[in-house]
Design a protein around this ligand. Structure first.
Ligand SMILES: [Zn+2]
Length: 201
């Protein structure tokens, strides 16, 4: 993906996240891989609904800043996921209301309520609370680098995918499943043999 296309694609995903209420105000940060050795990431402290392609910040895989702008404070866990997962092409972190409700309750995500939960998300770990921007948070994310999606205790949610669209879809589905879980109350999962069948698809 060339840089100018990636800048526009990242702007589009930020607007979709903002317009659907998956992120509010300046919360969250999103990134996309450009070639093998660089990523574009959202700038620090900006409203995600107002970003333009030229606002995105280009980083080397070692965290060096290669363009104008100040990168998100969370850029290190983005870089950790790209460095640990060669197939990862995009990372989305934000604070959707229902995901964050589960995360402040310390209530684990149930992704076996519907087929889409099983198919799109799989197991969703909850990582502990660590100060935003800290090395401890980077280490906690890295420890679950194989997960397609994770909740972050008292904080929010994180997804990754091979493309921006896949990472976005996983965040949209994660928030849907969190809302479903909160609305559905005391219900059972899909039968175990069906979860197994879906997991193998
Ligand atoms: Zn955050």
């Amino acid at each position: 993906m060339n840089e100018s296309y990636a800048r526009r694609a990242l702007r589009d995903v930020c607007r979709m996240l903002y317009d659907r209420g998956l992120t509010v105000s300046a919360g969250g940060n999103m990134s996309v891989k450009v070639g093998d050795s660089e990523i574009l990431i959202t700038p620090s402290g900006r409203n995600k609904g107002l970003l333009e392609p030229e606002d995105m910040v280009l980083l080397g895989m070692d965290g060096s800043v290669l363009s104008e702008g100040r990168p998100s404070i969370e850029h290190r866990f983005h870089l950790a996921l790209y460095n640990l997962n060669p197939d990862t092409g995009a990372v989305v972190h934000c604070h959707p209301l229902h995901c964050t409700t589960l995360a402040v309750r310390g209530e684990g995500m149930r992704c076996n309520l519907t087929p889409e939960g099983v198919l799109l998300l799989g197991e969703v770990p909850m990582i502990g609370y660590y100060t935003p921007g800290s090395q401890e948070l980077v280490d906690a994310v890295s420890a679950h680098h194989g997960a397609r999606a994770m909740l972050m205790e008292r904080h929010g949610a994180l997804t990754q995918g091979r493309s921006l669209e896949e990472a976005y879809n996983r965040m949209e589905e994660l928030e849907f499943q969190a809302r479903l879980q909160l609305l559905a109350g005391d219900v059972s999962d899909l039968p175990a043999d069906e979860i197994k069948r879906l997991s193998e698809m």
